[in-house]
Write a protein that binds this ligand. Structure first.
Ligand SMILES: O=C(O)CCC(=O)C(=O)O
Ligand SMILES: [Fe+2]
Length: 410
């Protein structure tokens, strides 16, 4: 396995999610951190970190679920060991050895992505667990549950349409000259590949960065989002979340912005994805899922390691003032190789800047590190191509865009 370099706070939830080989997504709020120890010794420790939830640290080659001894023997050991001494020594050994690993670059801890990468979906949950959501019980079938779900989405949209008063009506119109930075407008009007290439940078392969929105637009969209949350609070409306990964955020179409975002996608994002990502259907994008996400002290801190349910993703930071929140990218993978370790050259962390966009393939594995202070809001467009999806079902061969398939071909 490839050596894993660790930096920053080792107990950051995003790092934990990234390191954990199994069960990460459900458990990451409690911080499952799995170490692989070259000596094959297995430990488990409980850490209570100040105001953070309890963290479980497993030191063992396979992780909590795939390794019976890690799962069963270690808690037993915990019961029998004098607790305080046991915890102390394990915490110490964990920190000391991971630091040693980082500074010496020796693959002291290795990790596998066995089942670690999450495939995000756009499935909506009318309520989530935090809000007391109970799955349907009794003899109701999944078809009933589905029709319940559709009904509640319909009612939700109806409620917004009938009572939500937008704060900035101009956001719903298509005044792109007022919204987009001149460099992007010129490049798209120029309609040449060279014109577009002049305004982008690509700090790591497959990550296209360019300035997109004027500060006035970012401010207006932030205010509109704040206004929407206020309305939801006042009317006791539960905001429907954008996908299975978020507890916070909102779908742009639900706010009534589908026409504007659709045009933005067609006129600006499609030309760019045609140039940079034709091999994943970037030139045949025909639908999108647009949403806003929200990080900070009162909302989510980080986003788990995942791939998007998209061919191409546009991610624009809107603001506000924040520290942290870097997007961490770890290489492009097809479904078959989703859990294959990153090579060093695939590891890239990007610091987000308000108004600036990143465009990447949906299967470029990524997540967001903790927003350690302040408030970060981003706008996401998951762009999809039905033609590409249809063709991918039939084609079995190794796609050239997957980092592992490409390596195997050479
Ligand atoms: O928070 C971010 O910047 C990443 C968001 C993201 O990856 C997603 O919503 O798919
Ligand atoms: Fe994503």
């Amino acid at each position: 396995m490839a050596p894993l370099r660790l930096s920053g706070n080792l107990f950051d939830p995003a790092r934990v999610a990234f390191l954990c080989p199994s069960g990460t997504t459900d458990l990451s709020p409690y911080g499952f951190l799995v170490y692989s120890c070259p000596y094959g010794i297995q430990f488990i420790a409980l850490l209570a970190i100040l105001h953070k939830p309890v963290w479980l640290v497993f030191v063992g080659p396979y992780g909590p679920f795939s390794c019976p001894s890690g799962t069963f023997l270690a808690p037993l050991a915990l019961l029998f060991a004098p607790l305080s001494r046991f915890l102390h020594s394990l915490v110490f050994s964990g920190i000391a050895s991971s630091a040693a690993s980082y500074y010496t670059c020796i693959p002291y801890y290795t990790c596998s992505f066995a089942t670690g990468v999450r495939a995000a979906t756009t499935q909506r949950r009318p309520k989530d667990r935090r809000e007391g959501f109970k799955p349907p019980v009794g003899n109701s079938s999944s078809a009933d549950a589905e029709s319940e779900r559709v009904k509640s989405i319909r009612e939700y949209k109806q409620r917004i349409r009938s009572s939500y008063q937008p704060m900035h009506r101009e956001l719903f119109e298509m005044n792109f000259t007022g919204f987009l930075v001149p460099s992007l407008l010129e490049a798209i009007n120029d309609s040449t590949e060279n014109g577009v290439r002049r305004i982008i940078s690509e700090p790591t392969p497959g990550l296209i960065i360019f300035d997109m929105f004027k500060p006035e637009f970012c401010q207006m969209l932030l205010e509109e989002f704040g206004n929407f949350k206020k309305w939801a609070w006042e009317t006791k409306t539960r905001i429907m979340r954008p996908n299975t990964m978020y507890r916070y955020g909102a779908v742009l179409a639900d706010l009534g912005m589908e026409t504007m975002i659709g045009k933005l996608m067609k006129d600006f994002i499609l030309p760019m994805s045609t140039i940079f990502f034709p091999e994943v259907g970037g030139d045949t994008i025909d639908s999108y899922h647009g949403f806003i996400v929200d990080y900070g002290a009162d909302t989510a801190h980080h986003l788990d390691f995942h791939v998007d349910d998209s061919e191409v993703t546009l991610n624009v930071c809107l603001g506000e003032k924040f520290y942290g929140g870097e997007l961490f990218l770890r290489g492009v993978r097809c479904v078959k190789h989703l859990n294959v370790d990153s090579e060093l050259k695939e590891i890239f962390d990007y610091s987000q800047v308000p108004g600036r966009s990143v465009l990447h393939r949906g299967h470029h594995r990524h997540g967001a590190l903790s927003t350690t202070s302040g408030h970060r809001v981003n706008m996401l467009l998951w762009c999809k191509s039905s033609i590409f999806r249809e063709m991918s079902k039939e084609e079995q061969n190794s796609p050239s865009w997957c980092g592992v398939c490409r390596r195997e071909e050479n």
